[in-house]
Design a protein around this ligand. Sequence first.
Ligand SMILES: [Zn+2]
Length: 276
Amino acid sequence: MANGRSKFIIAVLVISILFLSVFSGRDEEHSTGKKPVLAEEMGTLPQTPAPNSTGDVQRRVPLVILVHDVSPVYREELEEILDIVSQYGLQKNTYLFIIPDHAGQNDLRENADFVGYLSSLREEGYHIGLHGYTHEGEEFNCTSEEAKAKLEKALKIMADVNLTPEYFLPPRYALSEEAKTIVLSHNLTIITRDSLLRPDGTEIAVTNREYTWYISPFKLPFKLREAKKDYMNTDGVFYLSIHPKAVNNWAGMEFLKRFLEFVIKESQESLLTAQL
Ligand SMILES: [Zn+2]
């Protein structure tokens, strides 16, 4: 009896620990502490299949992948993430948001090797976006004058390394109305938490989510289920945001593989259904 009771107590403890692990872990928050239901990016998606540099056909899946915080600081993490993205042939669906001078100590002009890496990614079909200037604080939640100065310094660095961005994702999604006007006037499309703003003034709502903010293995099945449901319920293009380092643990990388596999399988099945 004592043995049976002990087993029962152990089972209750194990279940309690699992329960707490699943529901009390760090959630995917950005540095602002807000919910991860991120914003979005590029509005257009692979509408028409086009051959890429390797001769493959671009994936016709309604998915955009937004890689935040692209800087020399996260080189190893980026390689690990993009190896997976490339394995699934989703280079053209993927947008790299680059920090031109991360923390004021990682000017791209002094990181030729990293610039070479970014250039080769662009050759493969990855898109180039801009993610602030130094990414310090809410740097684009500022006045017109400040926004103009920072943006022009950022664009100068990008031009000097021959990486011209078409998209802008403000660090921490913080963007004042004045800064927004400045960014649009430089012919950049802005991605906010829930919309895409084009330089011509058009704005479209988008669905942008992040599921891999330092998730534990216990959260993996729940995050996958949530992501698949969100993806299936999204009309049009679905945006998946990823932060280097936050995604680079076992569960995060496993999430990425399984989710991309799901998206590709779904798109193939829907094409098949359409033919029938
Ligand atoms: Zn960022």
